[in-house]
Design a protein around this ligand. Sequence first.
Ligand SMILES: Cc1cc2nc3c(=O)[nH]c(=O)nc-3n(C[C@H](O)[C@H](O)[C@H](O)COP(=O)(O)OP(=O)(O)OC[C@H]3O[C@@H](n4cnc5c(N)ncnc54)[C@H](O)[C@@H]3O)c2cc1C
Ligand SMILES: NC(=O)c1ccc[n+]([C@@H]2O[C@H](COP(=O)([O-])OP(=O)(O)OC[C@H]3O[C@@H](n4cnc5c(N)ncnc54)[C@H](O)[C@@H]3O)[C@@H](O)[C@H]2O)c1
Length: 481
Amino acid sequence: MQKHFDLVVIGSGPSGRRGAVQAAKLGKSVLVVEKGRRVGGVSVHTGTIPSKTIRETVLNLSGWRERGFYGRSYRVKQDISAGDLMGRLHKTLEHEVEVLEHQFHRNGVQWAHGTARFVEPHVIEIVGEDGECRRAEADFVLLACGTRPFRPDYVPFDGSIVLDGDEILDITQLPRSLTVIGAGVIGVEYATIFSALDVAVTLVEPRATFLDFIDKELMEEFVHELRDRNVGLRLGSAVKQIAVVNGRAQCRLENGRSVVSDMLLFAAGRVGAVEALDLPAAGLSADHRGRLTVDAQTMQTAQPHIYATGDVIGFPSLASTSMEQGRLATLHAFGHQPPSPPEFFPYGIYSVPEISVVGMSEEEVQRRGIAYETGIARFRETSRGHIMGLDSGMMKMLFSIKTRRLLGVHIIGEGATELIHIGQAVLNLRGTIDYFIQNTFNYPTLAEAYKIASLDAWNKLQAAAGPAARPVAEEPVVEGE
Ligand SMILES: Cc1cc2nc3c(=O)[nH]c(=O)nc-3n(C[C@H](O)[C@H](O)[C@H](O)COP(=O)(O)OP(=O)(O)OC[C@H]3O[C@@H](n4cnc5c(N)ncnc54)[C@H](O)[C@@H]3O)c2cc1C
Ligand SMILES: NC(=O)c1ccc[n+]([C@@H]2O[C@H](COP(=O)([O-])OP(=O)(O)OC[C@H]3O[C@@H](n4cnc5c(N)ncnc54)[C@H](O)[C@@H]3O)[C@@H](O)[C@H]2O)c1
């Protein structure tokens, strides 16, 4: 292995690999250090891709998407086992890793298997599994080391009954009942995925509300769906104790209630994976959750030649945004000034049903004192929805009364994470309600919901403006919407 590199990247998750390939495209020599046996990071091995693959498998094998048509008892496969879920998972991961390795290879990115730590601000030691040490010197360093599950001492993790979010991927048997602690994105995704498998799920969250960044009206819809399929919600009480009693997980809450289940998933957040790095040797330090502070524009840490990207810098902690951060960091390091990223990025929660949002929620619009109008479309009112047998799903759009500009799009239901990108484009291109009113959409599609929701808002805007303001021939008020 050569000794000096233009860039050394620590971690091969979304931000590390994007940063590495971008640097290679600029003709720079790049070394990626990864402590995992294969490249891909949390995203490929324990996070995004595994959870989404399991979700897809569950939806397919359970016949979830067809139940609107054939009834709640419809199943494609009667007895779904942990093996059924893991089979598809391993194939998908294998394919993902192959694509990444090939990407590194054809771009001339070198990668070393081992744990990286700073010796000096420009010198990194790589410790292999056998304890062998190598050193690499770098002009620039990209810290893309990600996170690991938060595992407080009071939780008796045992890898089979009480698990963290990484260990849930190694289960060999499906539980009949599951308690999920923490109603963050990970907790909610797994809770609803297991519930779609007919596992009796209880979701525990110390706060009285959850997923607070999602529009309240959408969350009301979501909570209604969860209750409708008997997902137990224990909100507003902290966890007092977790124990394994007679081979089952027992969770006692501060309010005196208890939940007992076959398995317990502790998903109360993640912490930066910085322990091994010896940050002080590079003149850096992390906060109590292992997060590093960076300049939001350039991704530089307190040491200008050391950049940090991805989950280790905290919010929004998404694979999607991490990739972009990695690329921006590398461009900055090598003297390119990319334009600032657009104001709004989409957020996709792959729960069952899925949720996706872009722009401002109704609560945020109110906080900012913007005069607004909303439009709603329900998927069951679209022809595509009828064809697909959808009995739930909705889209909510917010528009400024003054400028007519789109302020936010909020979707719950089938295809939400794909549909959102139409709204994202219009939002970031500063489009108005007129885009949706004037354009024709493919029919029958779920995207037609954009048209329906916009017409709903448009009708309200016209009604509020009064008869004098109503245009006559070209833009008739649409009846029945
Ligand atoms: C269960 C789950 C589901 C998720 N679902 C989604 C989703 O649907 N959509 C989405 O956008 N995001 C999702 N995320 C978030 C997404 O996975 C992260 O935002 C993303 O992985 C962060 O990328 P990263 O660049 O920080 O690196 P990571 O993917 O966190 O990878 C970091 C890598 O660095 C390595 N490393 C750490 N320390 C060292 C060291 N000292 N030496 C060498 N290597 C080291 C680690 O082994 C790891 O491979 C999910 C996360 C989880 C946990
Ligand atoms: N679809 C996606 O984009 C996706 C999916 C999964 C994860 N992620 C990312 O991964 C990151 C981590 O997700 P997460 O859900 O683990 O963390 P989180 O921080 O989003 O949520 C943790 C939840 O646990 C609760 N909690 C905190 N301490 C607790 C305790 N001691 N006992 C019980 N509950 C407690 C919190 O109130 C919160 O609701 C997120 O930032 C998210 O962006 C994204």
